[in-house]
Design a binder for this molecule. Structure first.
Ligand code: NAP
Length: 416
């Protein structure tokens, strides 16, 4: 009998060999990519563990399917079931227009306090606009609950904006030329507790997964007390006892080992921690592509850099994602519902398939995750791909063999 995942004391997951994983099919192309993902995951788990481990899929309703059957876009039962089963995977969901919920994805993140959005970005052989895409292997950790995304802002000319302007000028002495009457005003909070739990989780993950470097991305040269403090709090986290002797800062590395990470490693250090100003970070992904690894960012910078990095390896078709909190995690395709392709067995299921591979990693089923990655790599090496992959190869003068969504999934299985 399949069982649930549990969160043990100290936050570690206890994953049974026969595990129940809830899934949300998703709207639009969800009907195409979700079965494709399940086919690949089941095959990988079976191949890796020969029947010793398996997944029992439990369908949960959300989005349009839920609205039709229950009258609600995000039924309470769905949120409860994810909480109960700890880990889930979802297809894309339509953002209801004019409904009570701003976005189902945002609602899920808030209800489960999934405070880190994690995006692995890696090259598997897809078309790419850069010369050396094989150097791209990033995992971007974007904070999910803080920063300008809290949506506290007022339009220019509103009574609220006016009151706030009066307060800022009158009580806090901000000069009028900095805050003219026609300014819209938004609030950007950077909280120590929210930043630190996010950075702590990212550093733990980096260590557990044998990564080389973690980079705090920020705009602290200008926004000193928000972005700047994010970076400062990052170094404070790295100085906590659990990271001592394992995480070394760039400054320490230069002072004690003349910048030689191999010497630091000989003394037990595993991970280098540095920080980069956001604008520099963008150009360095292009000019020093291989220097970066785990990138830890606040919400807005993380949003920008996630898509920019995905662009280095040909866009969102093969970009997996997850939203992670304290144990709880929801893995998802990063693209939307692509409604014009819904039910046509056409789109690329790779984003959801790689999200599932990331989920298997999260469960500790690493052998199955590697099989999926290898199957994908070999399929792409033979230039078998969905329309989008073939289109990108064509730009490089490479002739691809176009297959439907389901056949692409089968090809990945055949190439494991
Ligand atoms: P989208 O659904 O991501 O589609 C935009 C375009 O991206 C598609 O027309 C297609 O481009 C390409 N694309 C997307 N998924 C693909 C795949 N699996 N394989 C190949 N190509 C793919 O973005 P949208 O049209 O802006 O959004 C549609 C709906 O999705 C909205 O309701 C939005 O709110 C929602 N959405 C949901 C999520 C989520 O659930 N996480 C995320 C984003 C958007 P070509 O036609 O050029 O090939």
């Amino acid at each position: 009998m399949a069982e649930r995942i549990r969160i043990e004391e100290g936050g570690k997951l206890s994953v049974p060999d026969r595990v129940v994983i809830p899934y949300i099919q998703g709207d639009g192309v969800g009907v195409d990519i979700t079965p494709a993902m399940q086919l690949v995951v089941d095959a990988a788990v079976s191949k890796a563990y020969g029947g010793g481990r398996s997944i029992e899929w439990l369908e949960l309703l959300a989005g349009e399917k839920a609205k039709e059957r229950t009258g609600e876009y995000l039924p309470e039962d769905t949120v409860e079931a994810i909480r109960e089963h700890v880990v889930a995977i979802k297809g894309p969901l339509t953002t209801p227009v004019g409904g009570g919920i701003r976005s189902l994805n945002v609602a899920l993140r808030q209800l489960l306090d999934l405070y880190s959005c994690v995006r692995p970005v890696k090259w598997y052989g897809q078309g790419s606009p850069i010369k050396r895409p094989e150097l791209v292997d990033y995992v971007i950790w974007r904070e999910n609950t803080d920063d300008v995304y809290i949506g506290i802002e007022w339009p220019a000319g509103s009574a609220e904006a006016k009151r706030l302007l009066d307060f800022l000028r009158g009580e806090l002495g901000v000069p009028k030329e900095k805050l003219p009457d026609d300014a819209s005003i938004g609030i950007k909070p950077a909280s120590e507790e929210k930043s630190k739990r996010h950075i702590r989780k990212a550093l733990r993950w980096a260590l557990e997964n044998g990564r080389r470097v973690a980079t705090l991305m920020h705009k602290g040269n200008i926004q000193k007390f928000t972005e700047g403090y994010f970076s400062r709090w990052g170094y404070e986290v790295a100085a906590e006892p659990e990271f001592q002797g394992r995480v070394i800062t760039e400054e320490e590395l230069s002072q004690r080992y003349e910048g030689d990470m191999e010497r630091a490693k000989a003394e037990g250090y595993k991970l280098l921690l540095n920080d980069r100003i956001a604008d520099n970070m963008f150009q360095q992904l292009l000019t020093r592509t291989g220097d970066y690894d785990v990138i830890i960012a606040m919400n807005l910078n993380g949003d920008y850099i996630s898509d920019a990095a995905a662009g280095l390896v040909g866009g969102l078709g093969l970009a997996p994602g997850a939203n992670i909190g304290d144990g709880y995690a929801v893995f998802e395709a990063t693209h939307g519902t692509a409604p014009k392709y819904a039910g046509k067995d056409k789109v690329n299921p790779g984003s959801l398939i790689l999200s599932a591979a990331f989920m298997l990693d999260y469960l500790g089923w690493k052998e199955a995750a590697r099989l999926i990655e290898e199957g994908l790599r070999r399929t792409l090496a033979e230039r078998i791909g969905t329309y989008d992959l073939v289109r990108e190869w064509k730009k490089e003068g490479i002739e691809g063999h176009e297959v439907p969504c389901s056949a692409f999934a089968r090809a990945i299985v055949d190439h494991m």
